[in-house]
Design a protein around this ligand. Structure first.
Ligand SMILES: Cc1ncc(COP(=O)(O)O)c(C=O)c1O
Length: 348
């Protein structure tokens, strides 16, 4: 089936034929009672992949993150996080509305938490400040351009959290992109963390679902919070089956997305006034600043939409392209050409 619009969002992947077949053949039970064998299998496989004792399947990454907030922290606690995390920028304020928690932003150049700043934020304060209930690490970092927090930095963060007896959560919606690029086991990027979220519905290509993983006690509590949030799903094996196919496929194919992201950044950088940041892109996201073109990001995105390409505009002069399995080399070439045409239409 051909697509009329190429969407540069890694959430836009359509389920593969193998996923659709697995969904229709899935053996199911009632997952609210823990009797859906397909969900159980997915949770076990995901826990093993992430180096955690247990995992819980959730309808979305947002819910998985919300569950981690509720399990780790009490209302009135502070959450130490980079201000540009998906949690603080794009999860509808659930941290405040559902968690009753206060964000404490700390420095994170390029999306990488400054460990000294985190350590300073963890120092006990007097009655004027809320106690810190959780530290938040997003890896890869979405708004910073898919940047990677490496194993050493994760380890240092885990050490300062342990010292302060404050849990560490990893929003690893795209953790496998980081693991692939660093050529490390994904578990190395959760070592010392208390919980981690992984999304199946982004680069891995499944239609729905994430997991939140941690120790047995964490997952027992997480299961109850998921129910409270309305995320208890019944014959959820139907969707877990597609996520299992994604795990069976492995994630080495993400390397193609990373390669295409670098290729796209190179092509776009040849357009006068367009600058890729960071350059080269570390994983599957390409952010370009178009200020030098004299055009707004919205205007250029509209021009690309007319040519059949959908991209986002995270800031007034920024375009964001996210690569995934449904974007080809040809699409990369064509969208770069279309942007060049939009910036400088041929005369006559
Ligand atoms: C880093 C990060 N965390 C969490 C989420 C939320 O995932 P979902 O869209 O499944 O709720 C996203 C979504 O793009 C994300 O990029």
């Amino acid at each position: 089936m051909t697509r009329s619009v190429i969407e540069f969002f890694d959430t836009s992947t359509r389920p593969t034929t193998a996923m659709r077949e697995a969904m229709s053949a899935a053996v199911v039970g009632d997952d609210v009672y823990g009797t859906d064998p397909t969900v159980r299998e997915l949770e076990e496989r995901a826990a093993e992949l992430l180096g955690m004792p247990a995992a819980l399947f959730t309808p979305s990454g947002t819910m998985a993150n919300l569950i981690a907030l509720r399990v780790h922290a009490r209302s009135g606690h502070a959450v130490v996080a980079d201000a540009d995390t998906h949690l603080l920028r794009a999860e509808t304020g659930g941290i405040a509305a559902v968690g009753g928690l206060m964000p404490t932003p700390v420095a994170a150049p390029g999306g990488i938490l400054d460990v000294d700043a985190v350590e300073a934020a963890l120092q006990p304060g007097d009655d004027h400040v809320p106690p810190v209930g959780l530290v938040w690490l997003e890896n890869t970092h979405n708004r910073a351009g898919g940047t990677i927090t490496d194993v050493a930095t994760t380890g240092r963060l885990a050490a300062v959290c342990r010292q302060a007896q404050v849990p560490l959560h990893v929003d690893g919606a795209r953790l496998l992109h980081a693991a692939l690029e660093l050529d490390v086991d994904p578990a190395a990027l959760t070592d010392g963390a208390d919980s981690v979220m992984l999304a199946f519905s982004k680069g891995l290509g499944a239609p729905v679902g994430s997991v939140v993983a941690g120790d047995e006690q964490f997952v027992t509590r997480a299961r109850r919070v998921r129910k409270m949030l309305g995320g208890g799903m019944r014959q959820a094996g139907v969707i877990a089956a597609a996520a299992l196919v994604a795990l069976d496929d492995g994630y080495s194919h993400l390397a193609d997305d990373h390669r295409r992201a670098r290729q796209l950044a190179q092509r776009l950088a040849q357009v006068p006034g367009v600058v890729a940041t960071p350059d080269p892109p570390p994983t599957n996201m390409v952010f370009v600043d178009v200020a030098g073109t004299g055009r707004s990001a919205r205007g250029l995105a509209d021009a690309l939409a007319t040519a059949g390409f959908s991209v986002s505009t995270p800031a007034a002069t920024t375009l964001r392209f996210v690569l995934h399995r449904d974007v080809s080399d040809d699409d990369v070439d064509t969208v770069a050409r279309e942007l060049a045409t939009a910036v400088a239409p041929p005369r006559g």
